[in-house]
Ligand binder design. Structure first.
Ligand code: KG4
Ligand code: ZN
Length: 370
C-alpha cells in the first residue's frame, strides 16, 4: 500500500506527515509560527493563514524528503477541515485537495478534535476501549467517553476559556513569553503548589462541564493586587518566591479541575483506560497526575509523546488511515468549518435537589395551562 500524505493547518502550526499504510509515521514536520504571534500574546488569524500559505510547500517538501518519498509515491492525501481558524484551515484543505486531484488519488477530510483523540493510539496501538479521552489545548478542553475509535460522546466541555488559554493569559500577565503553558510547567517546579488557594469550579446545575475563567480571574486578581509591578522583568530564574508559588498553585488548580471531571466520569462510566492529547497534555504535572489517577482506579493510561500532543499532521494521517485502507470514497466536497457541537453523554455528578419554591411556582404555572 502506498504511503499517505497528511496536512494540518487548523491554527498556527503548518504541519505535514507521511504515514505508511500500516500506520508507521515515516515523517512528521511542524513549522511553528510562535515567533510570528508572540509579540501579540496570542494567535492573529490573518497572520496565521498568510504564513501557512508561505510555509506549506516547504513543509510538504520537507516531510516527503524526510520520509524518503516523492509526491508520485503518495497513495492518498488527508487534511484537517475543522474545527479551527477558517482562513488557516482553507490553506491546508485546498492544498490537500489540489494535491490529491493532481495525483489522481483519494482525498480524506479529518476532524481536528478526532485526530487529537486518536493520537494516543499512534504509539499505543493496542490500548483497549472504552476510554475516557481528554483533549486539552489552547483552543479546546473536552472530555469524551469513547466506546470505540468511532463512537464518542461528550462528557465535559469548557463553558469559557480552554485550559491552555487560561494558562497562556496568566503567563502573559506575569511576563512569560507566548505560549505560556510550557513556561508555567517549568517555573512551577520552583514553587509551593499549596501556597495559594484557588477556587475549584462547580456548577449549581451539577453538570460536569469545565470552566477555567474563575481560576484565571482569581490568579489575575492576586497578581494585580499583590503590589508588584507587572509584567515581572529581569531574569526569570531570580523572581521573588511568591511568583513561583503563585505559578505552582495556579497550575495545580488547573490540573485539579481537569482531573476532577475525569475522576467523576470514570467512577460512573467504568472505562478500561484514560487517555489524553492536545498541547496541555505535554504538562508534566498533568501527565504524572493522570497516571496516578489511572493507578488509583485500576485502569490503563496512555498519552502521546509531546511531539504528537501538540498540533501535528501524524495524528491527521492516523485518523484517515482506516478510510484509506478500506478504500472509502474520496471526500473532495468536504468544506472547512470553524466550530462544532458534539453529542452529549448527559452526566450529572451532583444534581442539586429542586428548590421547593421553584417547584411550586412551576406547578401553578403549568396548572394554568391545563
Ligand atoms: O494543541 P496545541 O499545540 O494547539 C492548539 O490546538 O491550541 O496546544 C497549545 C496549548 C497552548 O495553550 C500551550 O500553552 C499549551 O498547549 N501547552 C502547555 C504545555 N505545552 C503546551 N500547557 C501546559 N504545560 C505544557 N508543558
Ligand atoms: Zn489542536
Amino acid at each position: 500500500m502506498k504511503p499517505l500524505l497528511a496536512i494540518e493547518t487548523s491554527c498556527d502550526d503548518t504541519c505535514c506527515a507521511v504515514l505508511a499504510g500500516d500506520g508507521a509515521v515515516l515523517s512528521s514536520v511542524v513549522s511553528s509560527q510562535i515567533e510570528v504571534h508572540a509579540p501579540y500574546g496570542g494567535v492573529v488569524p490573518e497572520l496565521a493563514s498568510r504564513h501557512h500559505l508561505m510555509n506549506i510547500p516547504v513543509v510538504v517538501t520537507g516531510a516527503l524528503s524526510a520520509a524518503g518519498a516523492r509526491m508520485e509515491d503518495i497513495g492518498a492525501v488527508a487534511a484537517t477541515n475543522g474545527p479551527g481558524l477558517l482562513g488557516s484551515l482553507l490553506v491546508g484543505l485546498s492544498y490537500g485537495k489540489a494535491a490529491a486531484s493532481a495525483l489522481g488519488v483519494p482525498f480524506y477530510a479529518v476532524n481536528h478534535i478526532e485526530a487529537h483523540l486518536g493520537s494516543p493510539w499512534i504509539e499505543h496501538p493496542d490500548f483497549p476501549y472504552p476510554v475516557l479521552a481528554l483533549a486539552a489545548s489552547g483552543g479546546h478542553s473536552h472530555l469524551f467517553f469513547c466506546k470505540s475509535a468511532g463512537e464518542r460522546l461528550l462528557v465535559s466541555a469548557t463553558r469559557d476559556d480552554a485550559a491552555g488559554e487560561a494558562l497562556d493569559k496568566v503567563a502573559k500577565l506575569i511576563g512569560l513569553p507566548y505560549p505560556g503553558g510550557p513556561w508555567i510547567d517549568k517555573l512551577a517546579r520552583r514553587g509551593n503548589p499549596k501556597a495559594v488557594e484557588f477556587p475549584l469550579p462547580r456548577f449549581t446545575s451539577g453538570e460536569p462541564d469545565y470552566s477555567f475563567s474563575g481560576i484565571k480571574a482569581a490568579a489575575i486578581h492576586r497578581l494585580k493586587n499583590g503590589g508588584a509591578k507587572l509584567p515581572l522583568g529581569g531574569n526569570r530564574d531570580d523572581w521573588p518566591q511568591w511568583a513561583y508559588d503563585l505559578i505552582a498553585s495556579f497550575q495545580k488548580r488547573v490540573v485539579d479541575h481537569l482531573l476532577q471531571r475525569v475522576r467523576g466520569a470514570a467512577l460512573e462510566l467504568d472505562p478500561a483506560g484514560l487517555v489524553m492529547a492536545g498541547g496541555v497534555a505535554c504538562n508534566s504535572l498533568l501527565r504524572e497526575r493522570l497516571s496516578s489517577l489511572a493507578d488509583e482506579l485500576g485502569v490503563g493510561c496512555a498519552f502521546p509523546s509531546p511531539k504528537y500532543c501538540a498540533d501535528n499532521a501524524a495524528m491527521v494521517g492516523f485518523a484517515a488511515l482506516e478510510r484509506y485502507r478500506a478504500g472509502a470514497p474520496p471526500e473532495t466536497d468536504a468544506d472547512a468549518f470553524p466550530s462544532q457541537s458534539w453529542p452529549r453523554m448527559g452526566l450529572c455528578h451532583s444534581r442539586p435537589r429542586p428548590k421547593k419554591a421553584r417547584r411550586l411556582k412551576r406547578s401553578s404555572h403549568d396548572a394554568g395551562h391545563d
